[in-house]
Design a protein around this ligand. Structure first.
Ligand SMILES: Cc1cc2nc3c(=O)[nH]c(=O)nc-3n(C[C@H](O)[C@H](O)[C@H](O)COP(=O)(O)OP(=O)(O)OC[C@H]3O[C@@H](n4cnc5c(N)ncnc54)[C@H](O)[C@@H]3O)c2cc1C
Length: 431
């Protein structure tokens, strides 16, 4: 008889896993998710609010795809896992048995117990339901407050501005996303935010959220004692694994569901992937939790192989990420952290208008290339990857930067300037 696989969560991780199990087996596959029946691209949520896309356009597959591929979709909430009985319980009381279970339940928005955090018009931005309440609570308002300076925070600011709602952006750190970006990059983004007439309040914490009538938010009080009148508050202070329903299931958890490099939990036939999974021992140069789109996809592919019996280890290659800060494109390859390590050195260049920037990181002892941050310039993934794989000398990277330029016509004219500045300041590195 065909094995039964249940996947909880139809995000990029769960859906990729389902597709890859189907490609390699005739297993009976059911994907259960409470948010929506069909998979959609979470990263496009902002564009729906901004009117650039309809929800329909964010679905990468036709609705018929699932039936055609014999992937059974169920919209329901999983209340409990009974690992001893290979069984899960749904919110409507249904019990389902499995041979393999995959937990792919993603993240949830953080809340830190602020007074007033449950008022109407106060919320995070993670899912379709959040988008709906945001739509509802930002109608006819003039001013909003966004708390927390990460990628979702800046996206939320941009969303609100697109509706002509002015924004106060409260960031506890002394500069935008400075726990991730080095100083110069972080300050570059501060300027962009201010250029868009956002009331950027750095080094400012949220203290309390208030309401005149005890229902809908009317103001916030900051740590500096200032009261800001507003009709909406977005709490974008990070996300954490969405795993509270796993308590008492026998599956080991820490911040996320604990897994090995094959995505197996402590229970042999239960796997965890995507944002909710936490590596017991992280791979070299990578973090225990990986909460981005492309890693969710890779987790799903690798777990599928293990489920069909192919014994595959996770081999994600070098870290990379990309984002957009308003119109400014950002890419990073390798691990360029906010602070360099003792054995590392780096060089930052920015054009005069502050529209382009590049940082190159290398190993001080071997002078080999370790990573790059690029702003306003699009780089070729495969070239950056080759440089990292080959531990290419930093001088070679600097002088061959043009090779990595994705679109030399559009992004022309910075390589010479960059190389000259590097040679001038650095630093004649001999290699
Ligand atoms: C606004 C926003 C913008 C983003 N932009 C980017 C970006 O530009 N680039 C990037 O790399 N990453 C981005 N991310 C992060 C990226 O979207 C996530 O890393 C990725 O979607 C996680 O995928 P996942 O499959 O692990 O989980 P999710 O996509 O979170 O899917 C999990 C699903 O499981 C369901 N679920 C949870 N618990 C249960 C339960 N008990 N029963 C039933 N169903 C359940 C949830 O409802 C959800 O639908 C963004 C995230 C957000 C919120």
């Amino acid at each position: 008889m065909s094995k039964k696989v249940i996947i909880i969560g139809n995000g990029i991780a769960g859906i990729t896993c389902a597709r890859h199990i189907r490609k390699q087996s005739i297993f009976d596959i059911t994907v259960i998710s409470s948010e929506s029946k069909y998979f959609y691209s979470r990263t496009a949520l902002m564009y729906i609010y901004m009117g650039h896309m309809k929800h329909e356009h964010t679905k990468p597959y036709e609705d018929s795809f699932w039936e055609n591929n014999r992937i059974n979709l169920v919209q329901a909430h999983v209340e409990q896992i009974s690992s001893a009985d290979n069984n899960i319980q749904l919110n409507d009381g249904t019990n389902l048995n499995y041979d393999f279970l995959v937990i792919a339940t993603g993240s949830k928005s953080n809340k830190f117990g602020w007074p007033g955090q449950d008022l109407q018009g106060v919320q995070g931005l993670y899912n379709l339901q959040d988008l709906q309440t945001m739509e509802q609570h930002t109608k006819d308002i003039k001013h909003a407050v966004v708390v927390g300076g990460g990628l979702i925070g800046i996206e939320t600011v941009e969303m609100l501005l697109s509706r002509n709602i002015t924004v106060s952006f409260l960031i506890r750190e002394r500069s935008f996303w400075d726990t991730v970006l080095p100083d110069e990059e972080s300050r570059m983004i501060n300027k962009i935010i201010q250029h868009h007439k956002v009331d950027l309040q750095l080094g400012t914490e949220l203290k309390e959220i208030k309401s005149h009538n005890g229902a809908k938010v009317t103001s916030v009080i900051t740590g500096n004692g200032e009261e800001i009148n507003c009709g909406f508050v977005a709490l974008t202070v990070g996300v954490s694994p969405n795993i509270s329903f796993i308590n008492n299931s026998g599956v080991e958890t820490d911040r996320g569901v604990l897994i090995d490099h094959n995505f197996r939990t402590n229970i042999k036939n239960i796997f965890a992937i995507g944002d909710c999974a936490q590596f017991k021992t992280p791979l070299d140069g990578r973090k225990p939790l990986e909460q981005v789109w492309y890693t969710g996809k890779l987790h799903g592919e690798t777990a599928a192989k293990n489920i069909v019996g192919l014994n595959a280890e996770y081999l994600p290659g070098h870290w990379f990420n990309s984002a957009k800060f308003f119109d400014l494109e950002y890419q990073t390859y390798g691990l360029v952290l906010a602070q360099k390590a003792d054995n590392e050195d780096w060089f930052w260049w920015q054009d005069k208008k502050g529209e382009k920037g590049i940082r190159i990181l290398w190993d001080k002892n071997t002078l080999s290339f370790k990573g790059i941050n690029a702003f306003g310039i699009r780089l070729r993934h495969e070239i950056c990857n080759d440089w990292l794989n080959d531990k290419t000398p930093v001088n070679t990277v600097v002088h061959q930067l043009r090779k990595a330029n994705f679109d030399p016509e559009f992004f022309k004219g910075y390589e010479k300037e960059f190389a000259a500045a590097f040679n001038h300041q650095n630093i004649l590195i001999k290699n």
